[in-house]
Design a protein around this ligand. Sequence first.
Ligand code: AGP
Length: 609
Amino acid sequence: MCGIVGYIGEKEAPGLLLDGLKRLEYRGYDSAGLAVIDNGRVKIKRNEGKLEHLERALLRDPLKGKVGIGHTRWATHGKPSETNAHPHKAGSIVVVHNGIIENYLTLKRTLTKAGHTFKSETDTEIIAHLIQSYLFKGDSFEQAVRNALKRIKGSYAVGVICEDEPTKLIAARNESPLVIGLGEDEWFAASDIPAFLSYTRKVIFLDDGEMAVLSKKGVKLTSLTGKKVPQKVTTIDWSPSMAEKGGFKHFMKKEIFEQPRSLIDTFGGRIAGGKGTVFLEDCNLTSQDVKKIEKIFIVACGTSWHAAIVGKFMIEDLCRIPVEVDLGSEFRYRNPLIDEKTLLLLISQSGETADTLAAMREGLKKKARIISICNVVGSSMARGSHGVIYTHAGPEIGVASTKAFTTQLAALYLLALFLGKQKGSLSAEKVKTLIKDLVRLPHQIEKILEADTTIQTIAHQYMNYRDFLYLGRGINYPIALEGALKLKEISYIHAEGYPAGEMKHGPIALIDEKMPVVVLLSKGVTFDKIMSNVEEVRARGGIIIAVTPKMSKSIDSKADTVIKIPENNSYLMPVLFSIPLQLLAYHIAELRGTDVDQPRNLAKSVTVE
Ligand code: AGP
């Protein structure tokens, strides 16, 4: 999730672009750059690292010009570096981009064959070359952008300037946000409102497939086919701080609501539903490598460890490979039985968690094959592993992990399909069905998010209880752990997650009318068993909050509160169960007035052992 800013008007662009990028820094960045047109010539400045490096470079060597584009990068393809930083230039075209181009390898091959040479590892650079190729064929700047974007598959928000037509700035979007700011004789384009909120509150939100041509004459809004689009101007009344959170009160809430998008970005470009194939290039695992794997260890901490347990269920059932799960803080002290026939899978949002990095070193020492599932490109774990599966959740600012967790589950699901296909334990037909279920997930999450106010009301009812128990069975047991962790880490209420079958071996002593018990009920072999756990709780006066797919009616008369969710296959139910539990924890914490985004005593990434 990168930050884009574009400007055209009467003021000097560099300062405005930099100011706009600073207001988008919550979107995360590992490099930044800007380009301006000065007397018909494009000047570009890019730096790896934080925005202040670019700022210092501009102080040393200022740029000037009244048309420009700027970018802060959250790397998805290609490590953080000056070469991979945006803007990217090809001929007279300069581009900044936010999103993921799913067919970039195909386009890159075609353009290379046509004589284009590429400097970066990014998917973005092909956009500049594609537009240039149309310009070269005689298209106008505007037509060249249209024709190029029609060939792009995937998500994009782009800002484009052209040396040959220096009085225009083009902005276009498909599935990645882009907003136009209408100032006094000046116009802005940005991936989010805070970039120019101090200059104007009048905005036009671009929709998918729309393109805006900004010039000193104003804004021309069309579809990619060139058809005029009516301009719907909105006046923003958010405070700058609220604007940074996209209108949400907290980053955590924003990130919970980003999950349909982050899931699409994570599986987009990695599945061929029609063929029943999963592509995990960066894993660097050949079918021979897969055949050599005798055992898998999954090692992680905290929420990522909960994902690891779900991953065990997925991989053992779909691939028939034995899986052990370990906590990062324990793994290296138990002299684990790993060797070159072991696949060591590390899961970490930050890619910097000290205990999980220590597990990586242990694995390297014992010659295991190491793959990491990370959300930060170029993180220590990603660089130290033999292969990586990046989650494309974008920067997760809230300390309590939400979208990173569900995209980890999606990455594990993709890995299970990939390994199962390679090993022959999954037919192409079976993979096709499982891919179809994955593609349904984002819309199903949107349906759950529509119940946000209902869950807020439920949170109000339970916000003053002092202890919670979360119960789940099988692949949903780690979601009971995760739901309990979400509640305790942001609301400071004590909560425990347990395998439902374990309740009678001790925790049942806790049950009374002061103990809400959240029960995850999904259809399957253990449904009846977990229903009897519900009866055991009720018989002791416990309070039941049931989370269950729509069709299981039998719980309605037995629970105090029922949260209904859509149904998917058993491997993906953990994703759907997670959403209401995230919202329940969020609303209880918000009602209790705790610091939801930065809870006491916690850090976003625990880089110490
Ligand atoms: C998640 O809500 C917590 N903030 C924490 O448990 C986190 O999952 C853990 O520290 C691991 O972090 P990582 O995924 O960056 O390795």
